[in-house]
Design a protein around this ligand. Structure first.
Ligand code: ADP
Ligand code: MG
Length: 323
């Protein structure tokens, strides 16, 4: 059974300035134990998808379509059920969460709190489990007594991963978990996530704007642009032989070590993704696309299977022959 299934998911934020259609008709399935990477520049709707999975979006936000977690519709769950599945079915390590640890509590106590709130264990069992979780993420158990500021950025990120693993979720959603870290530490955290995935059969949805970090960590990739998935396929294929011009631009954006800005802006790609409330006509990528033709200004090609019958590839571009 799929651990996560998004069926025609659309998310529209309501603002004073009007509706913001941040996610538009996304289909995505993650099988138990599989790793899926979601790539795309800032503003393409990646975090909105993460928030939609566990109903963590602002009140009033309109969600259409379905989110099935382990076969169960998240938007039909009562509050008690929703609390139970958060952490135990799926847990999220958020973008910018490095600041979400409480500075005045020891990290071990914060992990123990998560264990106690979501499970029925006594204090001693929780303390043992805290030690195990820290060791699992490569931090000596003795550091449980440290305060967040006494740990490095990479260690704090590991603590957050330990926190997310506290209730043994089947799915870990990691939203830009390494973006704030330097390149070396980023690689270590990625290795850690990959080994947790292998050793514990954890399914993972790994979100980042940096396509190159995903190819190592994920079996499958989905590339998002302007609220839609524009290409999916096996990670190696999408990275080595991207079909959609947008994926090609992202795949060409190799980070320059030590230059954080180079990770944020794909090389050779001018401009920014469109404002969701003012999308261009036709293919939303056409104003930035170097191979756009007249049809691209009027026709918005939907995601469709491409390549050989054995491939898992699909793309949404007029230039890519449908299967
Ligand atoms: P990503 O994670 O890919 O950077 P997001 O999902 O954060 O993208 O945002 C997608 C779009 O939705 C952006 O245009 C962003 O400005 C908009 N957006 C995000 N959160 C809100 C919100 N709470 N209210 C209104 N618009 C939002
Ligand atoms: Mg984001």
């Amino acid at each position: 059974m799929s651990i996560l299934e998004l069926r025609d998911l659309s998310v529209t934020y309501r603002t004073e300035g009007g509706d913001v259609p941040a996610v538009r008709g996304v289909n995505l399935t993650i099988e138990a134990g599989d790793t899926v990477g979601l790539a795309g520049e800032s503003g393409c709707g990646k975090s909105t998808i993460a928030g939609a999975v566990l109903r963590l979006l602002p009140a009033g936000t309109r969600v259409d379509g379905q989110v099935l977690l382990d076969g169960e519709d998240v938007y039909q769950m009562n509050p008690g059920r929703l609390r139970a599945v958060r952490w135990t079915s799926a847990a999220i390590v958020f973008q910018g969460a490095l600041h979400s640890l409480n500075p005045v509590h020891r990290v071990g106590a914060q992990i123990a709190e998560a264990i106690r709130v979501h499970g029925s264990v006594d204090g001693r069992a929780a303390a043992t489990r805290v030690g195990e979780l820290l060791e699992q993420v490569g931090i000596p158990a003795s550091r449980a007594s440290r305060y967040p500021h006494q740990l490095s950025g990479g260690q704090r990120q590991r603590v957050l991963i330990a926190l997310a693993l506290a209730c043994e979720p089947k799915l870990l959603i990691a939203d830009e978990p390494t973006t704030a870290l330097d390149v070396m530490v980023q690689a270590q955290v990625l290795d850690l996530l990959a080994s947790l995935q292998r050793d514990h059969g954890l399914a993972m949805l790994f979100i980042t704007h940096d396509l190159s970090v995903l190819t190592h960590a994920c079996r499958r990739l989905a590339v998002m642009y302007a609220g839609r998935i524009v290409e999916t396929g096996l990670g190696v294929d999408v990275f080595r032989d991207p079909q959609h011009p947008y994926s090609r631009a992202l795949a060409g954006a190799f980070p320059t070590i030590g230059d954080p800005s180079s990770r944020l802006r794909p090389s050779g790609l001018a401009g920014d993704p469109p404002d969701p409330s003012a999308l261009p006509t036709g293919c939303p990528f056409h104003p930035r696309c170097t191979v756009a033709v007249d049809a691209c200004r009027t026709t918005d090609v939907q995601l469709r299977p491409v390549g050989s019958a054995s491939s898992e590839a699909s793309a949404a571009c007029v230039h890519v022959e449908p299967r």
